[in-house]
Ligand binder design. Structure first.
Ligand code: G6P
Ligand code: ZN
Length: 560
């Protein structure tokens, strides 16, 4: 039986503008009549003629509304002439797994159903983003096109009667408008696990993790925070690397993440931090809802800042087979990320790039063969094996380094600082502020810091003085396609290299979140406490931005 497309009339919803990483809204917004349909139609239309007969990947982090959205997308892809869909079983695929699948199958792209690290459940967040054929998040030009289309949409296409069952692995070929339409429901983890086996030396890691040679199994606590990584973690760490069941926790992906906030940082992964602080572990790690973020802590919860994690991995990259085989190209970090990796790049004679916040800005450099390792302060670390950051990859990289050096995490960091010096770093988040005063604060601060008289000004606090060297609203010209991204965050760089950065989050679903980043470099004084070392600069940042006045907040909601 041949099924046929139905065209359904719809009206525009305002605000379907993808942010840093796709469209994120409350579930209740997505479930309004035709809301998801509109946005999906615009994603499909933004692909133009390339869509006809194409292959797309569909999957998400298993949060509330994921399965329904996946089924809807299948019916809409059928109606819009897509040739084949690769769908994760039950709609489940981690974000890194989607990226890997797109590349592996040379698909046109993928639709990722996630609000990443935002809480899930009927009262919380959902999200949809599109990744292009390189496996990476769609660039600005593409998401702008989606948004433009969303402001004029009049109809969407669907095959309402298409039978859909994504609970079982297998391939079904339908006939839609007299054309074949193939839905292949795939095992959510197999392709990704094989990919990791190609990158890392699993045999060596297994000996190390299981304690086969040393007689001492590695004491790990890997926390999936009830996000999508649970199934991947069980396969990789338990089945492939021989870790014991106690090494992994919260490995059942739940639609509301069991009420946990699946963001791997010191605040939201406090349970992990406390367990590692009070227990006897060599390594603790956590991931976010969709598995692209990671946090690494050592014995007694010794915290590795994401900026340092990136620098350490850069330093030891050669111990990973993938890089032995493919070579080491340049490194990159987002602008607010502390510049520890720059020092490693300098020493190794590699290019180092500073891009705006958002993983999509790394893609072109990777595609051009100029970048192999990058990271962001927002707990993202990854390489050119895919075009997303990759939480599990980061833990495997750290295990490889621990195995290679025979050292614990704290010693690895202290050794790193003794060679390169240390970038003390902290981020203050002020979540769910009112939008208007925050916009006003940013506008006022931009005016203050871009006034020519600002350069050369000296600020003092707590016995320390800082003289302004450069101050601007960060703009970036992509070295490959020359596209320009402006207004990417206010930054003040001082003569000694210390920095204050302030920007509004692009991933929230309501209100405004102010992020204040503080970065201060010390060549010799490397064993201080970050909160103490950074206090003077924080006070200066609060003074210049007048943040307490504009937001009414005297303390941040989250400190990382
Ligand atoms: C997502 C993106 C990251 C980005 C982060 C920043 O996780 O994938 O690349 O660094 O959001 O989010 P923000 O809320 O600071 O805009
Ligand atoms: Zn994420």
């Amino acid at each position: 039986m041949s099924l046929a497309t139905e065209t359904v009339a719809t009206t525009v919803y305002e605000g379907q503008k993808p942010g840093t990483s796709g469209l994120r809204k409350k579930v209740k917004v997505f479930t309004q009549a035709n809301y998801t349909e509109n946005f999906v139609q615009c994603i499909l239309d933004a692909n133009g003629d390339a869509l006809k007969g194409s292959t797309l990947v569909v999957g998400g982090d298993g949060r509330f509304y994921c399965k329904e959205a996946a089924e809807l997308i299948i019916r809409m892809c059928a109606a819009n002439g897509v040739g084949k869909l690769l769908v994760g079983q039950n709609g489940i695929l981690s974000t890194p797994a989607v990226s890997s699948l797109i590349r592996h199958h040379k698909a046109l792209g993928g639709i990722v159903l996630t609000a990443s690290h935002n809480p899930g459940g009927p009262e919380n967040d959902f999200g949809i983003k599109f990744n292009c054929e390189n496996g990476g998040p769609a660039p600005d030009a593409f998401t702008n096109k989606i948004y433009q289309l969303s402001t004029a949409i009049k109809e969407y296409k669907i095959v309402k009667g298409l039978p859909v069952d994504i609970t079982k692995v297998g391939t079904t070929t339908h006939t839609v408008n007299n054309q074949p339409f193939v839905v292949e429901v795939i095992d959510s983890v197999a392709n990704y696990v094989n990919h990791m086996k190609e990158i890392f030396d699993f045999a060596k890691l297994k000996d190390y993790v299981s304690g086969k040679t040393s007689g001492k199994p590695l004491k790990m606590r890997i926390d999936s925070l009830n996000g999508v990584t649970g199934s991947y973690v069980r396969e990789i760490f338990l089945n492939c690397l021989g870790a014991s069941e106690q090494c992994v926790v919260h490995t059942t992906p739940l639609p509301d993440f069991g009420g946990l906030h699946p963001d791997p940082n010191l605040t939201y992964a406090k349970d992990l931090v406390d367990a590692v602080a009070n227990g006897d572990y060599d390594i603790g790690a956590a991931f976010d809802g969709d598995g692209d973020r990671n946090m690494i802590i050592g014995h007694k919860a010794f915290f590795v800042t994401p900026s340092d994690s990136l620098a350490v991995i850069a330093h030891y990259l050669e111990c990973i087979p993938y890089f032995q085989k493919n070579g080491i190209q340049g490194f990159a970090r987002s602008m607010p990320t502390a510049s520890a990796v720059d020092l490693v790049g300098k020493k190794l004679g590699k290019e180092v790039f500073e891009v705006p916040t958002g993983w999509k800005y790394f893609g072109n450099l990777m595609d051009a063969g100029r970048l192999c390792l990058c990271g962001e302060e927002s707990f993202g670390t990854g390489s050119n094996h895919i075009r997303e950051k990759d939480g599990i990859w980061a833990v495997l990289a750290w295990l490889s380094i621990m195995q290679h050096t025979g050292k614990g995490i704290e010693d690895i960091l202290k050794n790193h600082w003794s060679v390169y010096g240390r970038n003390y770093f902290t981020r203050y988040d002020y979540e769910e502020c009112e939008l208007d005063p925050c916009n006003e604060m940013m506008a006022t601060m931009e005016k203050t810091i871009t006034d020519p008289s600002f350069v050369g000004k000296e600020f003092s606090s707590g016995g320390k003085s800082y003289k302004v060297k450069v101050a601007d609203n960060f703009a970036y010209t992509d070295p490959v396609d020359k596209s320009v991204a402006t207004k990417q965050g206010l930054r003040i760089v001082f003569e000694d290299g210390s920095r204050i950065v302030m920007r509004l989050s692009g991933t929230g679903s309501s209100g405004a979140t102010v992020r204040l980043y503080i970065d201060s470099y010390e060549k010799d004084n490397v064993l201080g406490q970050a909160s103490v070392m950074l206090k003077p600069l924080i006070d200066i940042a609060l003074e210049i931005s007048q943040l307490p006045k504009f937001t009414g907040r005297n303390a941040p909601t989250v400190i990382t």
